[in-house]
Design a protein around this ligand. Sequence first.
Ligand code: FAD
Length: 391
Amino acid sequence: MRTQVAIIGAGPAGLFLSLLLDRLGIASVIVELHTRDYIENRVRAGLLEYHTVQLMQELGVGGRVALEGLEHGGIELRFNGRGRRIDFRDLAAGKCVTIYAQHEVIKDLAAARLATGKPILFEARNAQLHAIDAERPYVTFHHNGVDERLDCDFIAGCDGFHGISRASVPAGVLTVYERDYPFGWLGILAQAPPASQELIYVHHHRGFALLSMRSPEISRLYLQCAPDEDLSLWPDDRIWSELHKRFATDDGWKLTEGPITQKAVTGMRSFVVEPMQAGRLFLAGDAAHIVPPTGAKGLNLAVADVRVLAAALGHFYSSGSPALLAQYSATCLRRVWKVQRFSWWMTQLLHRFPDNNPFDQRRQLADLDYLTGSRAASQSLAENYVGLPFR
Ligand SMILES: Cc1cc2nc3c(=O)[nH]c(=O)nc-3n(C[C@H](O)[C@H](O)[C@H](O)COP(=O)(O)OP(=O)(O)OC[C@H]3O[C@@H](n4cnc5c(N)ncnc54)[C@H](O)[C@@H]3O)c2cc1C
């Protein structure tokens, strides 16, 4: 097999890239480890930045998100038993965010990709990258009982944090920057109408909590917990009891309960590799960086990377110049580090740290008071939350 760009992984990064390349007339083959059913049902992110939704519209895959997505013009920050709203539309030039589950995005993108007749090779086992420093790199893998070789001009490593792309870069080329957090999130999906139309971020002395939603009937709720929390110690009634305590307000606000259909613990990590390129291999999305979920940025940052990569590949194929490809890593990393900063900042602002230092608690509350009382501070939060502009 031969193509121009071999894409490893059919997550948000790989699928968006394939559609962006298709629009530029650049051929690609997607090599995906799992089945279509698996990738279309894996529950992960749920919040799309303004620019991500716009890109879906531009690519002709925005029909369902326009109909079924829930537009949110703000969030609530709740602390000291009171909620204060940050109004995105007012503070961020009319922009908003949209609640639409990642696996629904994947369904829309995969359907559009397959409708072009271009391949997604599902269940491709043991993918390996070869000659990434040469003019003609190639990928080998096992598919439908056959050992395959895919020759290409470039490889896009879009295979997430645990994929093989980053691991294929020779030792000494990449520098890792990382930070682990001493807590995780216990997340549930519940068949209960969300108690608020917008997300609620809670700072509480018992620990952080977040109210989000999947639809007008399904709530998504999170509790700060230990990074290795034992889920068997959390029967449903204990989860609801803890959620009620953390969301409690002075005015008797009530959380809606319903049957819990899913429970999981998610770890929290900040991680970046530099550069995001090695020879003809370009890393994008979680393959290159991870953010803690507090700012809801992981998926959106993956999309931002592949916009840059597609434009650089388009420039290469139309002009023969590798100039934009050479700048890929530096261009992406400017945004990556701003998003890392924002995600870290939201995380340290809202979580209870194990040493529970009273000074830090007071500082967090002062920060929240300032943030919700100052238009300049609220505006900074709003413009980061809806997504920084592309320049
Ligand atoms: C539990 C959980 C909750 C999250 N919640 C949020 C959230 O609320 N908000 C947010 O913004 N982000 C969230 N994220 C992060 C977000 O989901 C990711 O940032 C996003 O999926 C990154 O997209 P990606 O395409 O880079 O990688 P992925 O989505 O990981 O996609 C990688 C693809 O590569 C495939 N693959 C892996 N290895 C191989 C291989 N060897 N060969 C071929 N294919 C391979 C995988 O099967 C997968 O389809 C969450 C992540 C997790 C795990």
